[in-house]
Design a binder for this molecule. Structure first.
Ligand code: GLA
Length: 735
């Protein structure tokens, strides 16, 4: 059983894959955290709490000076009665009081996992997962809290969420409502987070835990490219292949907070949830609020195992699109080829070249609607621009279909341009605060998705286009962050809710459209990977990883993105050189290998390539079609880390370990260069594998432990690919 309750000792033991998570009820009312780590078969209080009277640690019980909330490892800590560390939640009563005191009142264990209404969340069958609900109450405030722990039996994953219920007669304000809080009585960890910017998403930042708080967050209204909603604690010395990792990822696309605090006695508090800054919620009597979900992953074998746990979990339990299990088409996107400057003939000529090269999906990007010749007009006017496409979208889509390709279309549905029909009709649809001027971003404003009426407009507008035209794929973009957050449609004391209401509105829109058009493949985007989070993945099974298509930059971006998200979710395209973001000239082969390491496509004008280059592109496409099942549905292993060295390498292994594809990159050519050895990972040691390019045969253990020597080359930004396929024993003799 994944969840065991020991009645006599009042101990909960959650058993998920390789991990155990243990809590105890102390003094009949406090829910105390005892252990999260490698799975143990039983627990007989070896790791008991050592009680001690500490200075400045207040005591709720006058008879026991060793008992203080300030030193107690808690599951869902509060503020105001003796714990001076970071609280997990906060309230404000109608009388202004901000003190709270939750006491344990009961629990419930059930098979399966309840849905989180209005929110994206993982799911599982009654066989896969059990859920523990721990009920706590603050009788004075009239607050009831339910802590939810869903425990996946064969994956090292526990998910957490919290429900608040106002049981009182008066309104209650939630001022902080995190989804996860864990007090760990150890401090020998490093903290890993992912920071970045537009064109430079997800850089790895590993720092030792010292004193005080390490905090990352987004206050931008979206999860943002600036910090990913991810934090991991790595046991000192842990690396890619060994050592314990405790990771948390937030299934949410708005403002978040992740922090880890070291207390004076070297205990740490690890927390994640919605950002409390401008993030209040008012609960009327009888109302409930549920927090989004945190996915907690434990790995006993470093970051590699952590990532594969996330990858499998997201593919099997989060991404709800029928495409989760399907291979994705190779696409060509016209954005970097034409920008806003196109007409039907230009698109068709690009499409003809793409079709003859073997590309499977043609995506028409920004600029097809309203009168959009630049980025400062027409958002909201989701009807075709007849100047550019006089025969309409349907005719274009049909012509593309006739070439044997699918047809995809770009939208940015959450936005409105001041120069648009929509704005002229509905200036009130803009997210804004009365009396204040708008703050423009990329020449555009944000729609007020906290209002259902506005959400319904977006649904109707997008639905119309999807109904009227044979569309196979949608790119859902979002190119600025939230400012002037406010909505006159809500009372003054609900203005702190608007950022979350925006996200709920977005989830409602995506829920309706992706359910209604489940046969359409959706890709999310936010100026590249600016909103690459599990919340978006729930609705849309792939994300444009970055607007930066430079192969060298992409090595890092995709490497770090793979910490949590599987390569099948990462849109990765070959583009022109000099690269439009960096000016770098890298070989077409390397651009191909980097893009083939994800969800492959092209984003350039094939008409500008030489015949030789075009032939090579055809070969790349043929090659990707062959390796696609391994890349998209195999296991992913990182081998060399481009954040640390002049190299990058990784390999993919099919689930049955019969096929493998490895990529190796040396970024700058070096004098007196060492000969590099590439050691593969994840193969079956006893199987025999044939190397595709030269027919040589090696055992899995030779490839993994002995490795292959990489020939020297005088070339910057060089890439190599090695493909392997299992052969039956005995077959090698005949070779
Ligand atoms: C964003 C996207 C790009 C492209 C442009 C169009 O920047 O990330 O891929 O779609 O918008 O305006």
């Amino acid at each position: 059983m994944p969840i065991v309750y020991d009645k006599s000792r009042k101990i909960f033991r959650l058993q998920a894959g390789d991990t155990s998570y243990i809590m105890q009820i102390v003094k009949e009312k406090y829910l105390v955290h005892l252990y999260w780590g490698r799975r143990i078969s039983s627990y007989h209080e070896s790791r008991r709490i050592i009680w001690k009277d500490r200075g400045f640690a207040p005591n709720p019980d006058t008879s026991d000076r060793t008992f203080s909330l300030d030193t107690l490892p808690q599951e869902y800590p509060q503020t105001g009665n003796g714990d001076f560390r970071n609280p997990a939640y906060g309230i404000r009563q109608e009388n202004g009081s901000r003190i709270s005191n939750l006491e344990y009142i009961g629990y419930e264990i059930s098979d399966g996992k309840p849905k989180l209404p209005g929110l994206p969340a993982s799911s599982g069958s009654k066989k896969d997962v059990q859920t523990l609900k721990v009920y706590m109450e603050d009788a004075v405030a009239g607050l009831k809290v339910c802590l939810l722990y869903s425990v996946f039996a064969s994956e090292s994953v526990i998910t957490r969420s919290v429900i608040f219920l106002n049981k009182g007669k008066k309104p209650l304000h939630l001022t902080k409502m995190l989804s996860m809080s864990v007090d760990i009585r150890e401090d020998e960890f490093d903290v890993l987070t992912l920071y970045g910017a537009h064109n430079n998403e997800r850089n790895m930042d590993r720092r030792p835990l010292s004193s005080g708080t390490v905090k990352i967050e987004s206050l931008r209204g979206t999860s943002s490219p600036h910090q990913a909603p991810f934090m991991a604690l790595l046991r000192k010395g842990a690396d890619e292949d060994q050592g314990e990792v405790f990771a948390a990822n937030f299934v949410y696309s708005g403002n978040f907070l992740a922090e880890v605090q070291v207390d004076p006695y070297r205990n740490i508090r690890f927390q994640m949830g919605m950002n409390p800054w401008n993030g209040e919620w008012k609960l009327e009597a009888g109302e409930m609020f549920q927090t989004p979900e945190v996915v907690m992953v434990y790995s006993k074998q470093g970051l590699g195992e952590m990532s594969r746990t996330f990858h499998k979990f997201y593919q099997n339990h989060l991404v709800r699109s029928p495409y989760a299990k399907k291979e994705r088409p190779i696409l060509i996107n016209n954005w970097e080829a034409t920008f806003f400057d196109f007409d039907e003939e230009k698109l068709l000529s690009l499409a003809r070249k793409a079709a003859s090269a073997g590309i499977e999906l043609f995506v028409l990007d920004d600029g097809w609607f309203g009168h959009r010749d630049a980025d400062d007009s027409s958002l909201g006017d989701w009807f075709v621009d007849k100047r550019k496409l006089p025969n309409g979208l349907k005719s274009l889509a049909e012509k593309i279909h006739d070439m044997g390709m699918q047809f995809g279309l770009w939208f940015e549905p959450e936005m409105i341009s001041q120069d648009s029909e929509l704005y002229r009709k509905h200036p009130d649809y803009v997210l804004h605060t009365e009396e204040r001027p708008y703050t423009i971003g990329r020449g555009q404003l944000v729609l007020d998705l906290s209002r259902k009426e506005v959400c319904d407009y977006v649904i109707a507008a997008v639905r119309q286009i999807l109904k009227d035209n044979p569309i196979d794929y949608v790119k859902w973009d979002m190119n600025r962050h939230l400012t002037d957050v406010g909505s006159m449609y809500f009372e003054p004391d609900r203005q702190g809710e608007i950022t979350h209401r925006y996200v709920l509105g977005l989830y409602y829109i995506m829920d309706v459209l992706t359910s209604e058009f489940s046969e359409i493949l959706f890709e999310s985007c936010s100026s590249g990977g600016g909103r690459f989070d599990p919340g978006m993945l729930y609705y849309m099974p792939q994300t444009w990883c970055s607007d930066n298509t430079d192969a060298v930059c992409r090595m890092k971006i995709q490497y770090a993105t793979s910490l949590t998200y599987p390569p099948i979710t990462m849109g990765a395209h070959v583009s022109v050189v000099p690269n439009q973001q960096t000016g770098r000239v890298s070989p077409l082969a390397t651009r191909g290998y980097v893009a083939m390491s994800g969800n492959f496509g092209y984003e350039l004008d094939l008409g500008n390539l030489t015949d030789e280059e075009l032939e090579y592109v055809k070969e790349q496409i043929q090659c990707y079609k062959m390796i696609r099942p391994v890349i998209q549905h195999g296991d992913f292993y990182r081998i060399r880390n481009p954040f640390n060295e002049n190299l990058a390498a990784w390999n993919f292994v099919s689930q049955d370990q019969k096929r493998a594809v490895a990529f190796f990159f040396e970024i700058l050519s070096q004098p007196a260069a060492p000969v590099r050895i590439l050691k593969l990972k994840g193969l079956h040691p006893d199987k025999l594998y044939r190397r595709y390019d030269n027919g040589e045969i090696y055992s899995g253990d030779e490839l993994m432990y002995c490795g292959i020597s990489i020939p020297l080359k005088k070339e910057d930004f060089r890439g190599e690919m090695y493909c392997f396929e299992e052969i039956e024993k005995g077959e090698e003799n005949g070779h």
